[in-house]
Design a protein around this ligand. Structure first.
Ligand SMILES: [Zn+2]
Ligand SMILES: [Zn+2]
Length: 247
């Protein structure tokens, strides 16, 4: 009975909380009326579904139209440094709204929701998790991290690692230079912008292991590629990647 009373009290508390501090869904602006709803309403969350299009299992690029997943021409021609990359969805709609709210308006509660969805979508992907030793978030430069207040990829990686039962290795891969945000640059300039900006400071933490990089959005893949180069150069056995969205 104790559990019953505790649950009832918690539900009542949540309801009172909603009544005293009514707030709106930050995506569709409807009132959050259901106990437990925070930042985003349940209706918006039902629109958060993993991309169903076929994709290249290696670089994760989604293909338009139906069909089976298959290696893309570019991965067949020259295998990339990242051996397997999965993205939850395209950078659009509710997924994009949630990532923007999470990253730029610091709704850190969304990290749990997004990691939960990514975990549900990828947990059965053996080629992604087999032998994985640790998750490594794409690092921010300390200056940018101070400005933003947190590293969105690190928080995601921690949430995802907890669900996967894996460790997160942070501060082993670091960003040595504060380059302009990739989102402010044209695609052609992005590779040069991040070239050589990542370094492994504590190679013993990644040496010989299968590392899964975690980032929020992948656009050209230049950032992940540079991270992979640094990790492999410092002795990582293999590098894979999970991202929330592909722009
Ligand atoms: Zn909503
Ligand atoms: Zn590919």
């Amino acid at each position: 009975m104790t559990g019953f009373f505790a649950r009832t009290a918690a539900r009542a508390g949540a309801t009172i909380g909603l009544a005293l501090f009514p707030s709106r869904c930050r995506v569709c602006q409807s009132w959050l009326e259901i106990p437990g709803e925070r930042v985003v309403c349940g209706a918006c969350l039902t629109q958060l579904i993993p991309e169903r299009s076929p994709a290249c299992p290696c670089c994760g690029t989604f293909f338009d139209g139906a069909g089976e997943s298959h290696y893309c021409g570019s991965c067949l021609e020259s295998p990339p440094l990242i051996s397997r990359h999965r993205s939850y969805g395209r950078y659009a709609g509710v997924l994009k709204s949630l990532i923007l709210l999470y990253k730029f308006q610091r709704y850190s509660v969304l990290a749990g929701i997004l990691a939960d969805r990514a975990h549900a979508a990828f947990r059965k992907d053996e080629d992604l998790w087999l032998g994985a030793q640790a998750l490594v978030p794409v690092p921010l430069h300390p200056k940018r991290e101070r400005e933003r207040g947190f590293n969105q990829s690190a928080l995601l990686a921690r949430e995802l690692a907890r669900k996967c039962g894996l460790a997160t290795v942070e501060k082993a891969l670091i960003r040595t230079r504060s380059a302009p945000p990739q989102s402010t640059l044209e695609a052609a300039d992005r590779a040069g912008n991040v070239r050589g900006v990542f370094e492994v400071r504590r190679p013993e933490r990644i040496r010989g292991g299968v590392i899964v990089l975690v980032d929020d959005v992948c656009t050209t893949g230049a950032t992940l590629k540079e991270c992979a180069a640094a990790l492999l150069g410092a002795g990582a056995g293999e590098v894979r990647a999970v991202t929330l969205a592909r722009a």
